[in-house]
Write a protein that binds this ligand. Structure first.
Ligand SMILES: CC(C)(COP(=O)(O)OP(=O)(O)OC[C@H]1O[C@@H](n2cnc3c(N)ncnc32)[C@H](O)[C@@H]1OP(=O)(O)O)[C@@H](O)C(=O)NCCC(=O)NCCS
Length: 161
């Protein structure tokens, strides 16, 4: 599935907010207010990429850490508006390529909550390597604590894939 990526603008905020509020997503991914999204879009160390295919816009990836020469870029938020139809895998693959083609980042990293087996499956299938666990480092909406599993892919791994 060919995926196109473009930087989001403030006009995209309703789409971003709708997509990240999919059914059950509050247990899986961060959800921001309009003001928070405006701040992300204005932050020069971040970029939000909207992904589309022939049927339209299907998700987004919010990247942070563009100035972090040590850790590299963080895929801070990944959302497929409609899960389970293959879009997320194609979008993240395109996002990995974008990061290593369009920036000088030495690595791309992200974390996912331990109970988010679908996301972990997608990341591992695309070459991300599990690095470790931030134990109980995320507060769930109900106040429970969840482990964050950290994954990364290095530029040299992407080059040799
Ligand atoms: C995570 C997300 C981006 C993945 O995108 P998607 O379009 O749903 O994923 P795809 O349909 O491309 O692929 C899903 C894969 O997970 C597998 N899968 C589905 N449920 C699973 C589960 N409970 N455990 C393990 N694997 C699972 C599918 O079989 C498929 O694998 P395959 O391609 O090897 O057959 C999307 O589900 C999403 O936005 N979820 C809500 C927000 C979220 O979790 N974001 C990530 C935060 S780190």
């Amino acid at each position: 599935m060919p995926i196109r990526l473009r930087p989001a603008t403030p006009a995209d905020i309703p789409f971003l907010m709708r997509a990240e509020r999919g059914p059950g997503y509050d247990r899986l991914v961060g959800q921001s207010s309009e003001d928070q999204h405006r701040a992300f879009l204005a932050d020069p160390t971040m970029i939000c990429l909207i992904a589309s295919d022939d049927s339209g816009e299907g998700g987004f990836m919010l990247l942070s850490g563009r100035a972090d020469r040590h850790n590299g870029i963080c895929m801070k938020r990944v959302v497929a508006a409609e899960a389970g139809r293959g879009f997320g895998t194609a979008m993240v693959r395109a996002g990995i390529d974008w990061v290593f083609r369009e920036t000088a980042a030495p690595r791309l990293w992200l974390d996912t909550l331990r109970h988010n087996a679908r996301a972990a499956h997608v990341y591992a299938g695309l070459g991300f390597i599990q690095e470790g666990v931030f134990r109980e480092a995320y507060e769930m909406p109900d106040g429970a604590r969840a482990d964050r599993i950290v994954f990364s892919i290095l530029r040299r791994e992407w080059l040799s894939a």
